[in-house]
Design a protein around this ligand. Structure first.
Ligand code: F0G
Length: 461
């Protein structure tokens, strides 16, 4: 039987034209961009799957809410509306806005590192989270299950913590040296893979046993809740909000990039369950970093749009279609023989480029080579998540080898149609079919930190 995919639960009221380019033009544009799609102008991209962060479409209700922003510096009405929605979704007592996810991270994470060299454990730290742990003098350790690195076989919750490893690490490093446990839901870096409720519950039990704080990195928490409803025994008849309540009950702090499941173009959230002392510290520290605690780097109108977006992201019709779009693209690629992280996660399809280009070594960036070809093929912009992104060992300056070499095809929310995804699938399959002709890349310019954003590369002839 042919698989069915849910049609969009919305119709289109406003359109944004996108430019078609020729292959010859794209070859030239990519060369000028130093073979790094981050340096392309978005105008020269036909379908932009660089990220799902802040790139989605707002609803008419969000655009309407924008007009109601209260731009008072302190005590804005828009803040209280936003605060009410966050409290309702999390059941937490204290809420502070931030300009985006990393703004929330830079305020909260340093408060938890009370002495140098303390550890954070996570299923997988997102790049900026890791950066803020390290900038604050801490160390970030990932303890995800091994199944996460096997892209072929099905596992319903590839984002899960390896519980045994987590407890072993806590005992080894000493509970007094652990600053916190970060639950990244969904696990972005390995495919938008969900974490099960049972896993979150067990992590919380361990955290309580050793008196360690738990933090949810909830950029895509609603997508995670949807997967739990779909795949975990006992959750089929619960609402997304009920599932969210239970997930948040297993953490003490929520850090969230609202550019994902907040359905806005800019925004971040700090929410704290009940630790008043920590809340006071964050309230004080946010002033010089992000702004007064009732605006935290956002305009009143941003807070209004976010309050509405947070509610809309809980809608099951919305979530089903959202997850189906990723699934649709994944299924098409699988049918074309393209190896991907399976099952497909919530926000993107992760293409396994180690398998596509075994002839390109990790330090010539196989996934970046595939991304570049996909752009040339059809004007589709994807992003590398592999050794190019990973960078170098700070001590030896050797290139680090990533366990996985992914091209991430990230799907913005409510933005592209299934027809766009057909274009993407055709382009990737056609590149896959001439995979032997792809060549590795070398640096023309390598920045000292976060090199993937601004590096210039050249193909190895
Ligand atoms: N945590 C996760 C899991 C993320 O995916 C991101 C951002 C952040 C934190 C930081 O949030 O961008 O608002 O400061 N991910 C984007 C991406 C950038 O493309 O995956 P931010």
């Amino acid at each position: 039987m042919e698989k069915k995919y849910v049609a969009p639960p919305y119709r289109i009221k406003m359109v944004e034209p996108i430019k078609m380019t020729t292959k010859e033009e794209r070859i030239e544009k990519l060369k000028n961009a130093g073979y790094n799609p981050f340096s392309l102008r978005s105008e020269d991209v036909y379908i932009d799957l660089l990220t799902d962060s802040g790139t989605g479409a707002m609803s008419q209700f969000q655009w309407g809410a924008l007009m109601q922003g209260d731009e008072a510096y302190a005590g804005s009405r828009s803040f209280f509306r936003f605060e009410g929605v966050v409290k309702d979704i999390t059941n937490y007592q204290y809420v502070i806005p931030a300009h985006q996810g990393r703004g929330a991270e830079q305020v909260v994470l340093p408060q938890l590192i009370t002495k140098k060299g303390m550890y954070f454990f996570s299923n997988m730290h997102f790049d900026t989270t890791r950066a803020h742990v390290e900038l604050a003098g801490g160390r970030a350790v990932d303890v995800v299950i091994d199944e996460c690195f096997d892209t072929v076989n099905f596992h319903p919750f590839k984002g899960n913590f390896d519980i045994e490893k987590l407890e072993k690490e806590i005992i080894e490093k000493g509970p007094e040296n652990i600053a916190g446990i970060i639950m990244t839901i969904t696990n972005n870096s390995a495919g938008g893979q969900p974490v099960s409720m049972e896993n979150l519950r067990t992590v919380k039990e361990i955290a309580v046993k050793y008196n360690i704080k738990t933090i949810i990195d909830g950029a895509r928490y609603a997508e995670n809740a949807f997967f739990i409803k779909e795949r975990e025994e006992g959750y089929q008849n619960k609402s997304i909000k009920e599932i969210a309540h239970e997930m948040f009950s297993y953490a003490d702090i929520l850090l969230m990039s609202a550019k994902k499941d907040g359905l806005v173009n800019m925004g971040g959230i700090i929410a704290i369950k009940d630790d008043f002392d920590l809340y006071q510290k964050c309230r004080t520290y946010i002033v010089p970093m992000e702004g007064f605690p009732t605006y935290g780097g956002l305009a009143g109108r941003d807070l209004e749009a976010l309050a509405v977006g947070l509610e809309e992201a809980l809608d099951e019709d919305y979530l089903r279609h959202r997850i189906d779009q990723a699934r649709y693209l994944g299924d098409k690629l699988i049918a074309g023989g393209v190896p991907i992280q399976y099952p497909v996660g919530g926000h993107a399809v992760f293409v396994d480029c180690k398998k596509i280009c075994p002839h390109i070594p990790f330090n010539e960036f196989p996934a970046q080579a595939v991304c570049n070809e996909v752009y040339i093929e059809a004007g589709v912009r994807a992003v590398e998540v592999g050794s190019f992104l990973l960078g170098r060992n700070p001590d030896t300056l050797e290139n680090l080898e990533s366990q996985l070499e992914f091209m991430r095809l990230t799907i913005p929310r409510r933005t592209y149609t299934y027809a766009h995804l057909d274009v993407v699938a055709d382009a990737v399959i056609s590149v896959y079919n001439r995979r032997e002709t792809l060549v590795g890349l070398d640096f023309e310019y390598e920045p000292p930190v976060l090199r993937h954003f601004t590096a210039r590369l050249k193909p190895i002839k």
